[in-house]
Ligand binder design. Sequence first.
Ligand SMILES: *Cc1c(COP(=O)(O)O)cnc(C)c1O
Length: 419
Amino acid sequence: MKASTTKEPTVTPIPFELEKIRADFPMLSQTVNGKPLVYLDNAATSQKPRAVIDRIMRYYTEEYATVRRSIHKLSEKATLAYEGTRKRIAQFLNAPSERNIVYTKGTTEGINLVVHGFGGKFLQAGDEILIGATEHHANIVPWQMLCARNGAKLRVIPCHETGELMLDEYEKLLTDKTKIVSVQYVSNALGTIHPIKQMIALAHAKGIPFLVDGAQAAPHMNVNVQDLDCDWFVFSGHKACGPTGIGVLYGKEDMLNRMDPFLGGGDMIESVTFEKTTYAPIPHKFEAGTPAIADVIGLGAALEYLSGIGMENIAAQEHALLEYGTEVLAAIPGLRIIGTAPTKAAIISFTIRGVHPHDIGTLLDQEGVAIRAGHHCAQPAMQRFCVPATARASFSFYNKKEEIDVLAAAIKKTIEVFT
Ligand SMILES: *Cc1c(COP(=O)(O)O)cnc(C)c1O
C-alpha cells in the first residue's frame, strides 16, 4: 500500500474513565500463556465486575435463605432482593410492570418457553413459523422440535451478502398461515443489527405475534420493549455482566396469561388437589421450583452496574471499537470480514485466506488474545456465506483500542506462520 493512501484509523473519545472501569473486572488483569489477557470473546460471554461477584458473595455469606416460602426474616430479605431484581429488569427493558418479567435459565430457555407455552398450545399442522437466515441454534432447533410434534412448518427469511435480512422477502413470507415470527435483534455470528421495530410492525399489521431474541442486544444498547412493541423479548444474564444460569423472558401481559406453563411443580401454583391444580398468576406461573436466587440477585447487580455507566455510553464506546477494529482488520491482506451491514454491533467475524479459523484461534491464544473460532451456534448462517467457520472478535465497553492493535499484530503473525 502507498503511504499516501494510508489514513489514520478512527479514534473517538471514550465517554467514561476506561481504566477505572477496567479495574472493576478482576479477570481483565489475568495473564494467559504469559501474556496479558486480551478478552475479545464478549459475544460468547462477558466478564464480571467486582460489584456482581461481591453481591453474590454477600448473599451466600450474610443473607442466604430461600425465597417466597418461609416467613422468617432472612427469607423475607432474600425475597425482597429477588423480587426487587424483577423491578430493576422491568425498568431496564422499560416493561410496563414486573409482572411482565419471567426468570429463566437464559435465552435458550426463554425461547423454549414460548415455543412450548404458546406454540405448543396454539399452533397446528400447516401453520407457519418464520425465523431469520442468521439465527442462533437456540432460535432454530426448538421450533423444529415443535414442527416435528405438531406438523407446523418452519420458513426462513433469506439474507443479503451483507448479513441483512431481505425485507421484501420477509413481507412476502408473512401470510395467513404465519402464526409467529421469531427473529434475533442482533446476529451473534455477523453482528448485524436487524430493523426489528419495523419487522414487528409489519407482522402486527397482519395480527402475527413477534418474539425477539435479544441475547446480543440487551447487554449493548438501550432496549425499550414498549417502543418496539414486541410480544416477547428474551436475553441471558451471562452476556450482560451477570452470572450464568439466569435469563429473562419479557412478555406482554395478555400473551403470558394465554400461555401454558412449561414446568409444573412448587411455587407455580395457587392451589393443588389430586383432582385439580390452579396456577399462580404471572409471572410465577412460569417459575416452578426453587429458583436460581443468587444468580437473580447477581443479575440485579449487573444491570445496576450497566445502568450506572449508561447504555448510551456503552453503545458509543463499543461502536467506536467496532469502527476502529473494522478499519484495522480490513487493512490486513487476505482477511475477509463476513457481515458488512451498515448497522452492526461490535462483532467482527472474519476469515483469512489459507488459514483455518481454528488455527487462527489457537495462534491468537498463544498471544493472550481470546476470540471465538467456529460456527458460533449458527451453522445455517455459515452455510449462507459458504464458510464452515469464522474467527470472531467481539468487543465490550471495557475493551480498549490498544487491545485491537494486539489482535491485529497477532493476526499478522499468524499469517506469516501459515503463508
Ligand atoms: C448466546 C445467544 C443465544 C443463546 O443464549 P444462551 O445464554 O446460551 O441461552 C441465543 N441467541 C443469540 C443471538 C445468542 O447470542
